[in-house]
Design a protein around this ligand. Structure first.
Ligand code: GRF
Length: 195
């Protein structure tokens, strides 16, 4: 797969997006734009500091948001973006969006990070479920995004061991740190042509 201009889309606290931005900077390949759906994202400030075009687009509908997808496709077109990195992006992308974006590519060029060892726990609350179930191992998956929710081909998985007596908060902190490191590492691998 040939790597090319990429963008980052997020909806949350933005730690993964920040890790990607930092790695992009280290590799001298900044994202073409950052798009967030949440109000007050700390990524606005980061984007400003780094001189990366930043867009805040509210989603007013539950589930697939066709009007948001049209805006994303306009940006993709404008910046000639070939890869999208989802970093806690909470909107589900429709099959037609994926079809248009991935046109001519054998593998989806939309990449996501998911907080569970897929195929275990697709959907929301991966860490909570692993914690509640006292799973011996938990972790995250980085995968190509396809029409089927959290079921696209895997790129990488990192598994951590459960520590007896660890609080949920501490567990999530460990898990998020490993997400941030690995997602940045995967971006670097794409940039270097190793994936
Ligand atoms: C991460 O746990 C990621 O796996 C999931 O959403 C969360 C986003 O966290 N998809 P952050 O906003 O990157 O800190």
């Amino acid at each position: 797969m040939t790597f090319g201009p990429y963008a980052i889309m997020a909806s949350g606290t933005g730690t993964n997006a920040m890790a990607l931005i930092k790695m992009g900077k280290a590799c001298e390949v900044a994202p073409s734009f950052i798009l967030v759906t949440n109000e007050g994202s700390p990524l606005r400030e980061v984007a400003k500091e780094e001189g990366i075009p930043f867009y805040h687009e509210k989603s007013r509908v539950k589930g697939v948001d066709i009007s948001l997808e049209e805006k994303i496709l306009d940006l993709v077109d404008h910046y000639k973006v070939k890869w999208l990195f989802l970093a806690g992006f909470l909107k589900i992308l429709s099959p037609s969006f994926l079809k248009v974006f991935n046109e001519g590519h054998s593998q989806s060029q939309v990449i996501n990070i998911h907080p569970s060892l897929l195929p275990l726990y697709p959907g929301l609350g991966g860490y909570k479920k692993a914690f509640t179930n006292k799973d011996e191992k938990f972790g995250h998956s980085i995968h190509h995004v396809t029409e089927e929710l959290d079921a696209g081909p895997l790129i990488s998985q990192v598994s951590l061991n459960r520590i007896e007596g660890e609080s949920f908060e501490d567990m999530v902190e460990r898990a998020k740190q490993s997400e941030n490191e690995n997602y940045a590492h995967i971006l670097k691998s794409f940039i270097r042509g190793n994936l």
